[in-house]
Design a protein around this ligand. Structure first.
Ligand SMILES: C[S@@+](CC[C@H](N)C(=O)[O-])C[C@H]1O[C@@H](n2cnc3c(N)ncnc32)[C@H](O)[C@@H]1O
Length: 270
């Protein structure tokens, strides 16, 4: 998606559901074929899985998420969109409860930074994705790469995300991890979303992000949103707002070889 057609999104309540059509634009770049099985990892409220269902004419789409409240939201959105093919299950991305080689494609949209805290955990995730993909299957990974933030307001949004909960990986780290875990990267593209929250919307965003951890996982030791807002408010006001989720980096990769689990590796002692 180019700059043309990019509208500036300022409503905190709804910006994330649509993200200026970026999920749709990305799904249309996937060379999937009708009748395939797709998995959406860290599906959240299900929007990426539902775009896959609409665009790729699959046999089935399974969305999985660790948070029960997100799975329930995804099911509700599926019902409202008259989805016939998408199913949502509470499951851990590191222990996918599916046989090896069962999926033709795996997608994940803005979830890598929530699922993986460090490089070893990203390797574990990609190994598990590799396992459930058939040979030649697609891995469509959309995330945020911090070095590609373009404005002080985009950089500040990433700093706030990192302060509250998320870790980010650079393009090089992601590409190397993909290649190490049996994938070949075919494409890397950028998608602007046009999100630019005004200071009051940014405050609502910070409150939502801080409270979400307790709502989703029952964590009580997360940061207090008032303290986070007080800390960042002067810089947000000086910039006139906050460009949250403003730029998405999309990797399209293909499984080129399997990665054997460690227990299956044969140690050559000769
Ligand atoms: C920002 S949301 C995902 C957004 C969603 N993919 C979309 O298109 O709107 C990130 C999600 O990752 C999920 N998540 C974090 N750790 C996970 C894990 N180990 N397994 C599965 N899901 C996980 C969170 O519960 C959260 O719903």
């Amino acid at each position: 998606m180019g700059e043309r057609g990019l509208r500036v999104i300022r409503e905190f309540q709804s910006y994330y559901d649509d993200l200026n059509g970026v999920r749709r634009a990305i799904v249309h770049r996937i060379p999937g074929a009708p009748g395939q099985r797709w998995l959406d990892v860290g599906t959240g409220d299900g929007w990426f899985a539902l775009e896959i269902e609409r665009a790729l004419f699959p046999r089935t789409v399974v969305g999985i998420d660790l948070a029960r409240c997100e799975v329930e939201l995804a099911r509700q959105h599926a019902q409202e969109s008259n989805s016939q093919l998408s199913t949502f299950i509470q499951m851990d991305a590191y222990r996918l409860g599916f046989p090896s080689g069962i999926f033709d494609g795996v997608g994940t949209f803005l979830a890598l930074q929530d699922i993986c805290l460090d490089l070893p955990s990203m390797h574990r995730l990609f190994e598990e994705v590799n396992r459930v993909l058939r040979p030649g299957g697609w891995f469509a990974l959309a995330t945020t790469t911090p070095e590609d933030a373009e404005t002080p307001s985009q950089k500040l949004a990433l700093e706030i995300y990192q302060y509250i909960r998320a870790g980010f990986f650079t393009k090089v780290e992601i590409q190397e991890a993909l290649e190490r875990m049996g994938f070949q990267v075919e494409q890397v593209e950028f998608y602007p979303t046009g999100v630019n929250l005004d200071p009051e919307e940014a405050k609502a965003f910070i409150q939502f992000e801080c409270d979400w951890l307790e709502r989703a996982y029952g964590w009580r030791n997360g940061p207090d949103w008032r303290a986070v807002w007080a800390y960042f408010e002067p810089r947000i006001r000086a910039l006139g707002g906050l460009e949250v989720d403003a730029k998405v980096t999309f990797f399209l990769a293909r499984k080129v070889h399997p990665v054997k689990p460690a227990s299956e590796l044969v140690v050559d002692l000769s």
